[in-house]
Design a protein around this ligand. Structure first.
Ligand SMILES: Nc1ncnc2c1ncn2[C@@H]1O[C@H](COP(=O)(O)OP(=O)(O)OP(=O)(O)O)[C@@H](O)[C@H]1O
Length: 577
């Protein structure tokens, strides 16, 4: 058992998500005054220990501390209560109420879809939770069945919305330094997918998808790839499945409107769903049936939806990239996985705003709204981050064979003469990755989280994204995003002209040792010339007493040497005979 802070002991892991691992834990002693719930020694709690890379990120630690009060104050019967936040060394953890029951995704997978009445009543409670958080200025932005726990303690199934805080904590510019970010393609609202301004209406869209899935067992927009899902969110109208009653379909269809302004408020959604539940049961009275069919009149849009302020320098966590699907060409789990994207800044996942109804409790947690149109598109940030990562200097050990300073020169094949200049005529993929980008657009370079779905979902694990497999025809629609003038993406250095290939001599044949031989010959020649000059130009001849010239003297020395050698040869022959 591992201690968390001085107050908690981790007992066993309950599950693992994109941002950390949830543990069943026990309270050792009552928490301090800073905790929302002091708790009693021996009490069981759930603790989400955030991933190390999040915990080691100063931005996230700051945010964690800054938003402590917001997380702790968010209480509702259908929201999993955050009891305490622990920061200890490199460890960041959220202490929550332990919910005894599966999450909705797991439940539907194991038990099949809910009846329309049960699905309506369940979603009505989730809408209650959303209404409360929206009134407090908090937008969840990652609503999906996996984030709804079913509390089965009292013979009833009570949905409990969780992960309010996590997306918000993880959503920070610090994430540009981790290799991941969070978003779930199957549940992402069109405006999030497009990088348009977001409001609490994104949660209503998520609720509509969730409701559809509860009654059918699958989300409305599926596809083989995340890009396909994204495209369907943006362009397709959902089709009414045969088992969905008309009244319920009216609600779902309203929630799934592409225009956020046309979606109902959380409060009117909850009310409408209860009216529908009463009117679609087998024992419903004619009046209840009629009221249910007229539910459209109840689904009033939110007059003042809570806006989602952007975090400067961050991207949108729910932004749908081919996320959750490491390869856009591969299948992915549309239901349960919070997708992870390339390191980017994060936008604010569950955002704290000045309360529309009540005053904001924590001024430090209120983010000033930032004009979305001025910001670079999230994909631009992702591309930039990927580029920055690629270009940074790496310090690493090089073996003798790899070290260019130690390596012996290798003969290299000359480059093929017809090879086009790399930067001038890039292939489509090369252009995406390396070519200099105009400031207003840097093409998406989606990468995805290392697949970490819960162990029960191995079929959803994906291989790494292969960028060249990306269908090119789906990209242009994201290229028109405006640029934030005050924080333009860093200018790319001007592309360097490709170097001309080195000119080689006409005769490329190399003779080993030729350089050394040449040197020796030159030295001999120099010595010879120097000797001749000294002999001829100095009084050396007279000193030696010969009076001969250079050549005569040389000849005489040569003759003396030959005589000496023949004398030695003769004396050796006589000795033998
Ligand atoms: N308060 C809690 N009580 C009991 N079980 C919990 C609690 N919170 C989470 N769990 C369980 O722990 C597991 C992991 O939760 P987590 O929120 O990390 O998963 P997730 O929603 O799939 O993650 P993510 O949204 O980051 O992808 C889930 O199976 C969930 O059922």
């Amino acid at each position: 058992m591992r201690p968390v802070g001085s107050k908690y002991l981790l007992e066993e892991p309950l599950g693992r998500g994109a941002t950390g691992t949830v543990w069943r834990a026990r309270q050792r002693e009552a928490a301090g005054a800073e905790a929302a719930v002091a708790g009693q020694p021996g009490e069981t709690v759930a603790i989400k220990v955030l991933k190390e890379e999040l915990a080691q990120d100063p931005d996230i630690v700051m945010r964690f501390l800054r938003e402590r009060s917001v997380l702790l104050r968010l209480t509702h019967p259908n929201i999993v209560r955050t009891r305490d936040l622990v920061v200890e060394g490199d460890l960041l953890a959220l202490v929550m109420d332990l919910i005894d029951g599966p999450d909705l995704h797991k439940y539907v997978r194991e038990n099949g879809p809910f009846s329309p009445v049960a699905a309506s009543l369940l979603t009505a409670q989730i809408a209650d939770a959303l209404a409360a958080s929206h009134a407090d200025g908090v937008v969840h932005r990652d609503l999906k069945p996996a984030n709804v726990l079913l509390d089965e303690r009292h013979g009833q199934m009570k949905p409990m919305l969780t992960d309010f805080g996590i997306a918000r904590l993880a959503d920070s510019p610090g994430l540009t330094r981790t290799h991941e970010f969070v978003g779930t393609p199957a549940y992402v609202a069109p405006e999030s997918a497009e990088g348009r301004p977001q409001t609490s209406a994104v949660d209503i869209y998520g609720a509509g998808i969730l409701l559809y899935e509860l009654v059918t067992g699958r989300p409305p927009f599926a596809g083989g790839t995340a890009l396909e899902v994204l495209h369907r969110h943006l362009s397709e109208d959902p089709q009414r499945p045969p088992n969905v009653p008309e009244a319920l379909w009216i609600v779902i269809e309203r929630c799934l409107r592409k225009e956020p302004d046309e979606r109902p408020s959380a409060e009117s959604l909850a009310r409408g769903l209860r009216v529908v539940a009463s009117g679609i049961g087998v024992h419903s009275s004619p009046a209840e049936v009629e009221a249910a069919l007229g539910v459209g009149a109840l689904l009033a849009p939110d007059p003042s939806p809570a806006p989602v302020p952007a975090t400067p320098g961050s991207a949108d966590p729910t932004q749908v990239l081919p996320a959750g699907a490491p390869s856009p060409m591969g299948a992915y789990d549309p239901n349960a996985m919070t997708s992870v994207m390339p390191p980017v800044g994060g936008g604010d996942a569950t955002t704290v705003l000045p309360s529309t109804g009540a005053p904001a409790a924590d001024a430090t947690s209120v983010m000033p709204p930032v004009e979305r149109p001025d910001q670079p598109h999230p994909w631009q940030s992702q591309m930039q981050a990927a580029r920055d990562r690629n270009e940074q200097t790496q310090v690493q050990y090089l073996g003798p064979d790899d070290d260019p300073l130690r390596r012996r020169p290798q003969r290299q094949a000359p480059p093929p003469p017809q090879q086009p200049p790399y930067r001038q005529q890039p292939q489509p993929y090369q252009q995406q990755q390396y070519a200099p980008q105009p400031p207003q657009y840097q093409p998406p370079q989606p990468q995805y989280r290392q697949p970490q779905p819960p162990p029960q979902q191995p079929q959803y694990r994906q291989p790494q994204h292969q960028p060249q497999a990306q269908p090119p025809q789906q990209q242009p629609q994201y290229r028109q995003q405006p640029v934030r003038p005050q924080a333009p993406p860093p200018q790319q250095p001007a592309p360097r002209e490709p170097r001309e290939p080195r000119r080689r001599s006409a005769n490329p044949v190399r003779i080993p040792g030729l350089g050394c031989l040449k040197g020796c010959l030159v030295m001999i020649l120099l010595f010879f010339v120097a000797g001749w000059l000294v002999w001829e130009l100095t009084p050396l001849q007279e000193w030696v007493g010969t009076g001969k010239g250079w050549w005569d003297q040389l000849w005489s020395w040569g003759s003396d040497a030959a005589d000496w050698i023949s004398t030695i040869g003769d004396s050796a022959g006589k000795a033998r005979s």
